[in-house]
Design a protein around this ligand. Structure first.
Ligand code: GLC
Length: 733
């Protein structure tokens, strides 16, 4: 039966009203993101598009007020949510609700060798960013540890590309499940702070692809990072924030990155390069070339009026503009305009627990003789705690990762809480010139009086816990400048030597983000590498030193015996810190243990080294086959046994070693690791899968990855220098 005219009219009217009432696609969070992006883009004017591409304040960029599209708010950093600063000043705005949880530095996370800790970290810090209504967290950083002097190594995940890759992916996933974009940094080759905005890095294709890019590639392809930050330095003559090869070719084309490329603050220097070489969001520029605030109108940013003018003149096509705007819209629809994102948490008890667990799992026991450690509560009546790092705040300083925290349990506080104030005595021992202790005493303290006071305290104690290392002062572990030596600063070597002459029962705890020289090591029975451990530092350290928690961390970078043993340093100034603005990574792919193995240099402590209060036995490792094709997976099994009397966790590391490669290859390369916790006397069969495709080297001739047929040793180790087992396999084409 044909519908009457009335019915048809009614149907048209009703669908019209419904249509009118229907939300525009871009506002409808049930619509696919790509449709929302295209719909929003189609509604924006040229001016609104250009406005989105650059900062409007220190940490934010414009939305589209007319369309109800919100601004993008970014915030540092990798270890916690930075305090609110003034709109256009680097100065803290003095808010009273932005004191955050400080999580351990990323060296501590890397040292845990536990991707579950990385996920916990990302979720926790992501909840704090979400609660503070940030759309982008400016972290994590994954630049490779190339020299022990780099001021920002403490913010990164060590010397090995595989370890960094495995640890960065869950961190990103954890952050982004809160509807907050991670912003992986600094892309790429930002491996020092000296001359960081002008150094022009030259590096081979192999080293680029095998060492410096893998963690970023994993972050993009596995972590699905929604944004990435270009670095300050140049690569082959172009600043990395506007670098055609890195951004257009490798990141956006080869890796299919569909997120936002954000410049480092002040990393943009040229409109044409910014427009054509892949930058999407320009932050922190001072167009008048000065570093003062407020004198650089945002409208004069390279991707502001200068860009708009040349769009209107037809010099630049709208297609490039629309690609940039689409990426920013995509980030907005993934974050602030995503209807199903959670609401975050801030300074919650769970975050404190997470911070403490990550710190506990990252602390590394480097040496422990004469059963010096653990120090169970009640064992001693008098414990001397010596060293400024026992009381100095280590969550502030260091540059952009500096934090205003809700609380910070410093080592001395944690030790007093653990052992009781009548057991613990304290003496600063040294002063970095900015510590509260020196100010409080007001007396004219000098190295000698501090040293003598400390030696007195040490003399009368049953055991000494020395807590020193580096700190976040400029030219220590800090952004903007590198250390000038690998030695401990502030006279600590003399202090440690003076202490051990009056008390041989000493534990040295180093809090740092970098390796240091240790002239006193032979006289010290126990040594612990603590990192910048965040708000729960004192509790984590006390739990480890007392044996309540068994240390399980492993070094994410090598500790050289002396600075000249380091690969980059050994090639002189052109290799580090660079000569006349140019720097050549002459060590090529031989970074870290790759160098020590090849040059047969014994490090002070090897990559992957870390002891426990218990002992582990590695059973015979076997593989499911003897020969494999290049796209096979090797299934390796071994039984791990806890042969001690305490529960503990061990990280079994798997390295591969090509026996007769056609190209220069490191002696061994980390390709898998597995952390297992075992009760005393317990054992467990561990199964580790190794994708043979990951054994490839980057062939510069064919510009592609290549797995070479031939014989390989699979090395099973407790560290890169402590290989317990070797399994020989054949790879066939
Ligand atoms: C800094 C750092 C970067 C930080 C940004 C914003 O210079 O290089 O890591 O996120 O500027 O503070």
């Amino acid at each position: 039966m044909k519908p009457s005219k009335i019915t048809i009219l009614f149907f048209i009217m009703s669908s019209l009203t419904v249509g009118l009432a229907q939300k525009p696609v871009y506002l409808d969070s049930n619509q696919p993101i790509e449709k929302r992006v295209q719909d929003a883009l189609s509604r924006m004017t040229l001016e609104e598009k250009v406005d989105m591409l650059h900062a409007q304040s220190k940490f934010s960029s414009k939305g589209v007020p007319r369309l109800g599209i919100p601004e993008v708010w970014t915030d540092d950093g990798p270890h916690g949510i930075r305090e609110e600063v003034f709109w256009d000043k680097w100065i803290g705005a003095g808010w009273t609700n932005d004191s955050c949880t400080a999580f351990p530095a990323l060296t501590s996370l890397a040292a845990s060798f536990n991707p579950e800790m990385a996920l916990l970290y990302g979720i926790s810090i992501g909840e704090e960013a979400r609660y503070r209504n940030k759309s982008v967290l400016l972290g994590p950083g994954v630049n490779i540890y190339r020299t022990p002097l780099n001021g920002r190594n403490f913010e990164y995940m060590g010397e090995d590309p595989y370890l960094s890759s495995r640890m960065v992916v869950p961190y990103i996933q954890g952050v982004q499940q809160n509807g907050v974009a991670a912003c992986v940094k600094h892309f790429a080759l930002n491996n020092q702070e000296d001359n960081r905005t002008s150094i022009d890095v030259q590096v081979s294709e192999r080293a680029l692809y095998e060492i410096y890019l893998p963690a970023f590639k994993a972050a993009v392809q596995e972590g699905k990072a929604w944004s990435i930050m270009g670095s300050y330095n140049l690569f082959r003559g172009q600043h990395c924030c506007t670098n055609d090869l890195l951004l257009n070719k490798i990141l956006k084309q080869d890796w299919n990155f569909n997120g936002v490329v954000i410049s480092d603050w002040g990393g943009t220097h040229n409109t044409e390069q910014a427009v054509l070489n892949g930058l999407d969001l320009e932050m922190g520029t001072s167009t008048d070339g000065l570093t003062t605030d407020g004198t650089a109108p945002y409208s004069e940013y390279y991707m502001a009026n200068p860009y708009l003018k040349n769009l209107k003149s037809g010099k630049y096509d709208v297609k490039t503009l629309d690609d940039k705007v689409s990426r920013i819209l995509r980030l907005i629809f993934r974050t602030t305009m995503s209807a199903d994102r959670p609401f975050g948490k801030f300074v919650s008890p769970e975050h404190s627990e997470a911070a403490r667990k990550i710190a506990e799992q990252g602390i590394v026991l480097l040496k422990n003789e004469k059963q010096t450690l653990p120090i169970p509560v009640g064992k001693y009546k008098k414990i001397a705690v010596i060293g400024e790092n026992a009381t100095k705040s280590l969550v502030i300083g260091g540059g952009s990762s500096s934090l205003k925290v809700a609380y910070e349990v410093k080592p001395l506080e944690g030790l007093i809480a653990k052992y009781g104030k009548d057991v613990i005595s304290f003496s600063s021992g040294y002063a970095s010139g900015q510590s509260e202790y020196v100010k409080e005493t007001k007396s004219r303290l000098n190295k000698d009086s501090l040293l003598h006071a400390a030696v007195e305290v040490a003399k009368n104690a049953d055991v000494v816990i020395y807590i020193g290392g580096l700190n976040k002062n400029y030219l220590q572990d800090s952004e903007g400048g590198d250390r000038k030596s690998m030695a401990l600063p502030y006279g600590q070597d003399q202090l440690i030597q003076a202490i051990q002459t009056v008390n041989k029962n000493i534990v040295v705890v180093l809090l740092s983000g970098n390796a240091v020289e240790m002239p006193w090591l032979g006289q010290v029975p126990a040594l612990v590498q603590g990192w910048y451990l965040g708000s729960e530092a004192g509790n984590a350290l006390a739990n480890i030193l007392s044996g309540e928690v068994n240390p399980s961390g492993k070094l994410p970078f090598s500790f050289p015996k002396k600075l000249e043993d380091n690969a980059a340093i050994s090639f002189g100034a052109i290799s580090y810190p660079g000569l006349n603005g140019k720097e050549e990574y002459k060590e090529d792919i031989l970074v870290g243990y790759r160098w020590f193995d090849t040059k047969k240099i014994a490090p002070q402590f090897a990559f992957g080294h870390g002891l426990s209060y218990t002992t582990f036995e590695y059973g015979k490792a076997t593989t499911d086959k003897k020969s494999y094709a290049t796209n096979d997976t090797v299934k390796l099994t071994l039984t791990l046994k806890n042969t001690g009397v305490l529960k503990g966790a061990e990280t079994v590391q798997i390295y591969i070693s090509a026996l007769k490669p056609s190209v220069m290859r490191p002696i061994k390369e980390l390709k898998a690791f597995s952390k297992t916790e075992l009760d005393a006397s317990a054992s467990r069969q561990i199964e580790i899968n190794l994708g043979v495709k990951d054994w490839a080297f980057y062939n510069e001739k064919t510009q592609s990855w290549e797995v070479e047929a031939g014989k390989y040793n699979i090395l099973v180790g407790a560290s890169s220098a402590d290989i317990r087992q070797k399994v020989n396999v054949e790879i066939t084409k």
